[in-house]
Ligand binder design. Structure first.
Ligand code: HPA
Length: 296
């Protein structure tokens, strides 16, 4: 149940007010999912732009379109399928979000992070977040995979934090620490998995912006100055909510384009370019994720 009078379904998903969900709402969604699968998923995966094909490798899958799950928003972005896939992947019981919600679509922070809390209520302990990102670090190349060591929450600094509003103590404390948001042992296991299968990975800081526009050259130079290695429009709200709720978090960015930091450059980044690069990188990301899952 929402704290507002209207249900999520009845109102437009575009909202200027924060929609705070009750614990009962998260539990209603979790119970709906639980009743449709005999599996107890332990690992959650959220797939970014163009990365959906991984969900097709899930065995014994049950597929739940977001529109069927109580309180779930519906994804509006091209390249995001919008369904939950629960099944077996590399020896693990997984719950895969094929398509995520973004702030730029008009969802509130609470709406776009609702699935993370639902996963937590389902008993999921580890959350793996993937995204498409622009390379800010000048040593990065299109096609690189970057393990997220830390983030810059520029959305949060501008006032859009998913934990804003009444704190639900069942999930976590009012003022959570964020210095250990990205679980060290998971980052180490991702490194070990990458080494095992002979894939090079980068490490770095992911800066989250609202989007939907790509950055100006001045913004890219600014992001580099403040310590960003990659920039994107997702992941950080989900990581914050997951960490707040005591979940272990791993983030992996696929570098789909190199950010343009000079004025009057001929080319410009496009969503099509991001999706096309995602398709090329996806087999390597899938290999890495499968190797990692086998080590959990
Ligand atoms: N900027 C922001 N978000 C992105 C980019 C980018 O260059 N590439 C993929 N997502």
């Amino acid at each position: 149940m929402l704290c507002t009078e209207q249900s999520n379904r009845e109102m437009s998903h575009v909202s200027t007010t924060e929609l705070a969900f009750t614990l009962a709402a998260y539990d209603e969604a979790a119970e709906f999912i639980r009743q449709r699968t005999g599996l107890q998923p332990k690992v959650g995966l959220i797939l970014g732009s163009g990365l959906g094909p991984l969900a097709e490798q899930v065995a014994d899958a049950i597929v739940l379109p977001y529109g069927e799950i109580p309180h779930f928003p519906v994804s509006t972005v091209q390249g995001h399928a919008g369904r939950l896939v629960i099944g077996r992947l590399a020896g693990q019981n997984v719950c895969v979000m094929q398509g995520r919600f973004h702030f730029y679509e008009g969802y509130s922070m609470q709406q776009l992070t609702l699935p993370v809390r639902v996963m937590q209520r389902l008993g999921i302990e580890t959350l793996i977040l993937t995204n498409a990102a622009g390379g800010v670090n000048q040593t990065f190349q299109v096609g690189d995979l970057m393990i997220i060591d830390d983030h810059l929450n520029l959305l949060g600094m501008a006032g859009a934090n998913p934990l804003r509003g009444p704190n639900l103590d069942t999930f976590g404390v009012r003022f959570p620490a964020m210095n250990r948001a990205y679980t060290r042992s998971l980052r180490q296991r991702a490194d070990a998995a990458a080494a095992d299968i002979g894939i090079a990975v980068q490490h770095g800081v992911y800066a989250a912006l609202a989007g939907p526009n790509f950055e100006t050259p001045a913004e890219i130079r600014y992001l580099r100055t403040i310590g960003a290695d990659a920039v994107g429009m997702s992941t950080v709200p989900e990581a914050i909510v997951a960490h707040h709720a005591g979940m272990q978090v791993l983030g992996i960015s696929t570098i789909t384009n190199i950010c343009i930091d000079q004025l009057d450059f001929d080319a410009e980044p496009t969503h099509e370019e991001v999706n096309a690069a995602g398709k090329i990188i996806v087999p390597r990301l899938i290999q890495l994720l499968l190797a990692l899952l086998a080590r959990l």
